[in-house]
Design a protein around this ligand. Structure first.
Ligand code: F6P
Length: 343
C-alpha cells in the first residue's frame, strides 16, 4: 500500500518512535511505501512531502520532536483547505493516512474520514487529555521533566524560605500538574477541573508555615482558574482551533500570595521544556506499540479508528469517541491521593 503519514498539533516526545514503528513494520512486513507529509495538515493542503523509509528512520527512536514537522493548521479554516487536501491524497493515490495527533488533529481526521478519506489515528499529547485511551505517549516524559524540576526547586525554596509557584502545561486538564505535584511533593496543586480559592490557599500556606514548616512548592496547571469573581486574569489569544493560548497564571498567583501572606514568592514556568528532548523509555515503548498497531489497522482496513491503551492492552476505538469529550482529571486521584498531602 501507499501510506501517508503526518504529525499535527504541538510536538511531543515519542512522535519519532511512532513514525519509525509504522514505517518499519509497514515496509518490512507488508512491503508498503510511505509518503510523509510535512508540518501536519498544512503539508497535505500544500502537497509537501518528507521522504520516509526505513533508512531515513534510523537513529530517530530517542529523538524528541518530529522528523515530519508539525503545525496547528486546521484545513477547515484554510480557504479551500479540505478540497486541496483531498486533491493531494487522490493525485498521489494514497491508500491510507496515518494521523498522529491530539484532539484537534484527530478531530480533523474524524471529519475527513466521514467524508471518505481512509484514516487511522494515533493518540499524541503531553496533556493526556484524549478520551478512549488511558494514556497518550509524551505524558510520561512531561511528568518526569516537571518532577525533576520540582525536586530541584525544593532546594532553593528551602534555602531562602520561599514559596515557589511552578507552572506546568496540560491545557484544560490537570494530569501533568497532579502527577508531577504528587511525585514532587507539592504543598498545593491547582488544576483546571477544580477552580481554586486564593483565600483558602493563602490560609493553608500561612498555617503550614506557622506549624514550623517552610518553603512551599505550589504546582499550578496553566489552565487552572480561580473561583469566579475572586481573582482577575488577563484575557488571551485563540489559535486556529479556537483554543486559548495559555501560560502565565503563576505570575498572578505568586504576586497575590506574596501580598496576602507576606512570604517571599517566586515563579518558575516550565513551558516548552516539558515537550523537549528525549522520550522516557516508557513513552518509547508505548509509542512503538501504537505505531505497530496503527499499521496493522491500516492493513485490516479498519479506518476511522484510533489505536489506544486500555487495561494495558492496545485496542482500537472510533476516533469520534476519542475526540468527542476531553478526558479530564480523575477526581479521586486528585482528592484521595494528592489531597491528603496538601498540608
Ligand atoms: O497540547 C500540548 C501543549 O503543550 C499544551 O500543554 C500547551 O498549552 C500548548 O500545547 C502550547 O502550544 P504551543 O506550542 O503552540 O505554544
Amino acid at each position: 500500500m501507499l501510506v501517508g503519514m503526518l504529525t499535527g498539533g504541538g510536538d511531543c516526545p515519542g512522535l519519532n518512535a511512532v513514525i519509525r514503528a509504522v514505517v518499519r513494520k509497514g515496509e518490512i512486513r507488508f512491503k508498503d511505501r510511505f509518503v510523509g507529509f510535512a508540518d501536519g495538515w498544512r503539508g497535505v493542503i500544500e502537497d509537501r512531502e518528507v521522504p520516509l523509509d526505513v533508512e531515513r528512520c534510523r537513529g530517530i527512536l530517542p529523538r524528541g520532536g518530529t522528523i515530519l514537522g508539525t503545525s496547528r493548521t486546521n484545513p477547515y479554516r484554510v480557504p479551500e483547505g479540505v478540497m486541496k487536501a483531498r486533491a493531494t491524497l487522490s493525485s498521489r493515490e494514497i491508500d491510507a493516512l496515518v494521523v498522529i495527533g491530539g484532539e484537534d488533529t484527530l478531530g480533523v481526521a474524524n471529519r475527513l474520514c466521514a467524508e471518505g478519506i481512509p484514516v487511522v489515528g494515533v493518540p499524541k499529547t503531553i496533556d493526556n487529555d484524549l478520551s478512549g485511551t488511558e494514556l497518550t505517549f509524551g505524558f510520561h516524559t512531561a511528568v518526569q521533566i516537571a518532577t525533576d524540576a520540582i525536586d530541584r526547586l525544593h532546594t532553593t525554596a528551602e534555602s531562602h524560605d520561599r514559596v515557589i509557584v511552578c507552572e506546568v502545561m496540560g491545557r484544560n486538564a490537570g494530569w501533568i500538574a497532579t502527577y508531577a505535584g504528587i511525585a514532587g511533593g507539592a504543598a498545593e496543586i491547582l488544576v483546571p477541573e477544580e477552580p481554586f480559592d486564593i483565600d483558602e490557599i493563602c490560609t493553608k500556606l500561612t498555617e503550614r508555615h506557622a506549624k514550623g514548616r517552610y518553603a512551599s512548592i505550589v504546582v499550578v496547571a496553566e489552565g487552572a482558574r480561580p473561583i469566579e469573581g475572586t481573582l482577575s486574569l488577563a484575557s488571551r489569544e485563540v489559535d486556529a482551533f479556537g483554543h486559548e493560548r495559555l501560560g502565565g497564571i503563576a505570575n498572578r498567583l505568586a504576586e497575590e500570595i506574596e501580598i496576602r501572606t507576606g512570604f517571599e514568592a517566586r515563579v518558575t514556568i516550565l513551558g516548552h521544556v516539558q515537550r523537549c528532548g528525549t522520550p522516557t523509555a516508557f513513552d518509547r515503548v508505548l509509542a512503538t506499540r501504537f505505531g505497530v498497531a496503527a499499521i496493522d489497522a491500516v492493513h485490516d482496513g479498519d479506518f476511522g479508528k484510533m489505536v489506544a491503551l486500555q487495561g494495558g492492552r492496545i485496542v482500537r476505538v472510533p476516533i469520534g469517541e476519542a475526540v468527542s469529550e476531553l478526558k479530564t482529571l480523575d477526581k479521586s486521584l486528585f482528592h484521595d491521593v494528592a489531597g491528603i498531602f496538601f498540608s
